[in-house]
Write a protein of this length. Structure first.
Length: 347
């Protein structure tokens, strides 16, 4: 038999139920997630995934086609970055690759001048052994987008006359985030108002305008950035920058009572990179070798030890380009926020 409740307990229970019902309706309209993190941590990819995983979500053909020239521009700009690195590293291209490199050098780093011939030139350069040698030096000696190889490997598809970008293309297409982007995503029993802000240093002064009345903060970190420097400051390690920024945001008085959720993102890239670049290039006291689990646990510990405020804090390993992974994680985030609301009501 269940325990008998006093009249006072029953009254309090009814009050809690009433408030929870009110909060449920309110949060369907006002659940507000703020995406923070440094540049290239995956915030914009999370934002794109929200559009896909929401109820009746996805991209229309017109929306997909709007990414067509972004994809083309990524191909051109990233191959140009590779060729610039070739010169910087004093690697001489083969005689067969030089004509293609010369033609590419005359094309702007955008997608407006895309053609089948230009795609063929980029494909030829990507297959060149010298270019591959330079590509292997990425992150250490020069900056290249994470998705560069994906785009180069799909050039045949991009060169087709009837090419329409896929969701995978959209998720990997890189456009630098500037300013503040907001959208509401509707799910079966709730809605999420998400705010994405640019992560570069020059964009962070705008963040404070988004701090008010957020239901939770999602802070994104790229797990694979430990051997990279900032694009805007090549003397600063990206992982160390992420730790400093996380420390500042997680312990800000603005978020003293706000759930703070850490996305350790790009697990797929860390699995590959840890096999060839030791984590001790960033953390000299790391001794876990090429183990993905050891590396993740070490990085996680460095962030967890920064948390000083008593607000709810959670960590998720994420791969933002995986729709299945993000569907699972976003549902866990929703449960976290709802649990915090219930806890506040009861207390």
């Amino acid at each position: 038999m269940g325990a008998c409740l006093s009249s006072e307990d029953r009254k309090r229970s009814r009050q809690i139920d009433k408030i929870l019902n009110q909060d449920k309706k309110k949060n369907q309209e006002e659940l507000k997630l703020l995406l923070l993190g440094p540049g290239e941590s995956g915030k914009s990819t999370v934002f794109k995934q929200m559009k896909i995983i929401q109820e009746n979500g996805g991209y229309s053909e017109e929306e997909l086609l709007s990414y067509k020239y972004i994809v083309f521009g990524n191909c051109v700009a990233q191959m140009k970055a590779l060729l610039n690195a070739t010169a910087k590293l004093n690697v001489e291209l083969s005689a067969t690759a030089r004509p293609a490199a010369e033609r590419l050098s005359k094309v702007p780093s955008t997608g407006e001048f895309w053609s089948g011939e230009l795609g063929a030139d980029i494909k030829q350069l990507w297959a060149d052994g010298d270019v591959q040698l330079v590509y292997a030096q990425r992150d250490k000696h020069f900056q290249l987008n994470d998705s560069a190889a994906y785009f180069f490997d799909n050039l045949d598809r991009f060169c087709q006359a009837e090419y329409v970008p896929t969701l995978d293309d959209v998720l990997r297409a890189r456009v630098r985030s500037t300013g503040i982007e907001e959208a509401e995503f509707k799910f079966k029993e709730y809605a999420i108002h998400m705010i994405d802000v640019g992560g570069q240093r020059s964009e962070r002064r705008k963040w404070i305008h988004c701090f008010d009345a957020v239901s939770a903060v999602v802070f994104c970190v790229s797990l694979s950035e430990y051997d990279q420097t900032l694009r805007e400051d090549d003397t600063q390690n990206r992982m160390q920058e992420s730790l400093m920024l996380f420390d500042e945001m997680c312990n800000s008085h603005w978020f003293r009572n706000t759930p703070f959720i850490l996305f350790l993102n790009k697990t797929d890239l860390l699995r590959e990179k840890i096999q060839r670049v030791d984590l001790n290039v960033c953390f000299p006291n790391y001794t876990g070798g090429p183990s993905f689990e050891n590396a993740v646990n070490f990085i996680k510990a460095r962030f967890v030890e920064k948390v000083q405020l008593p607000h709810p804090f959670f960590v998720h390993l994420t791969c933002a380009i995986s729709t299945d992974n993000m569907s699972y994680v976003i549902e866990k985030v929703r449960e976290t926020v709802l649990h915090n609301i219930i806890k506040e009501v009861i207390l």
